[in-house]
Design a protein around this ligand. Structure first.
Ligand code: NAD
Length: 273
């Protein structure tokens, strides 16, 4: 069993959870994920690492209570335990060698973008972090990002923080101002990652996107997490989750992402599918 050490609501939708998992904490790197299962009846869900502490033996995850399992997870408390917590899975993000990076987080994606920004900043890279939220009450990790970035730009869809606009508008503005990025990383809604990649493409800036398609086993066996990249289908779990944003077929990913909506709603509402 994997004891839960801390649970904290970051906003009305999002929870931060610290889990004791010493073997994973020693090895996990930015961009990698774990698969967890609450109990014998539970479904397996992938969650990308937000932070880890090898000395304390803990891994931090941040999740949005959107489905049956994440809603159950959000009700768990410190002292409870998870049955399975398997990882690290997937490949670490390729960060070495970057000198001037822009890390972009859309909504909850900010939680996953954070360890990349932290690694880059701690390793001497100049890092702009651009995050976007629907409104100011949903802003995540502002203090943590301030500590681990050169510059933080927070955008809100409704302008309630005084900075109205999408993350792509802030990115375009920074490029126009002369920010000479050699790497852009984007984590967030697929539609956001599509437009981030479209923004950087004319400038030839290397752009990685973190794909989170439906996933069942996380080890390449089920084939559920196929992503079309260039001419081939790759698996987010073993080939990703990061891919070259200029090659990903985002429209295909969006089509696949809604295939099981009715099953997901039924599970959330406790109905039979
Ligand atoms: P959201 O819908 O509130 O969007 C967050 C931000 O993304 C917006 O504020 C905006 O700045 C930007 N954005 C949205 N649409 C855009 C567009 N068309 N063009 C440019 N920018 C756009 O996000 P949410 O409700 O917090 O949901 C989080 C999303 O992140 C979910 O879709 C979830 O699946 C995804 N996510 C992805 C990963 C991953 O690994 N890729 C991890 C966690 C969450």
């Amino acid at each position: 069993m994997y004891p839960i050490e801390q649970v904290e609501a970051l906003n009305p939708e999002v929870t931060r959870m610290v889990v004791r998992a010493p073997e994973i904490a020693k090895k996990i790197k930015p961009g990698q994920f774990i698969m967890l299962r609450i109990d014998e009846q539970g479904e397996r869900i992938p969650l990308t690492m937000n932070d880890c502490d090898a000395q304390a033996g803990t891994v931090t995850i941040i999740f949005q209570a959107v489905g049956a399992t994440t809603m159950r997870l959000a009700r768990m408390k410190a002292g409870d335990a998870l049955l399975d917590f398997a990882g690290p899975l997937g490949n670490p993000t390729e960060l070495a060698g970057a000198k001037r990076a822009c890390v972009i987080g859309g909504g909850l994606g900010t939680a996953i973008a954070f360890p990349q920004a932290k690694w880059l900043h701690d390793n001497g890279c100049e890092v702009d972090v651009i995050t976007g939220f629907r409104n100011k009450d949903l802003v995540l990790l502002e203090d943590e990002i301030n500590q681990h970035s050169t510059r933080q730009i927070i955008m809100t869809d409704d302008g309630s923080n005084g900075n109205k606009g999408l993350v792509t508008q802030a990115l375009q503005r920074r490029i126009d101002e002369g920010a000479d990025y050699d790497l852009v990383l984007a984590v967030g809604p697929v539609i956001m990652m599509k437009f981030v990649a479209a923004t950087t493409k004319p400038y030839g800036i290397k752009t990685y996107v973190s794909m989170n398609p439906l996933m069942i086993d996380g080890t390449g066996m089920c084939g559920g997490c196929r992503v079309k990249v260039g001419d081939e289908y790759l698996h987010a779990c073993v080939d990703g989750p990061d891919f070259d944003g200029h090659l990903v077929d985002f429209d295909d990913a969006m089509r696949r992402g809604v295939m099981y909506r009715s099953f997901e709603s039924a599970a959330r509402e406790g109905r039979d599918c």
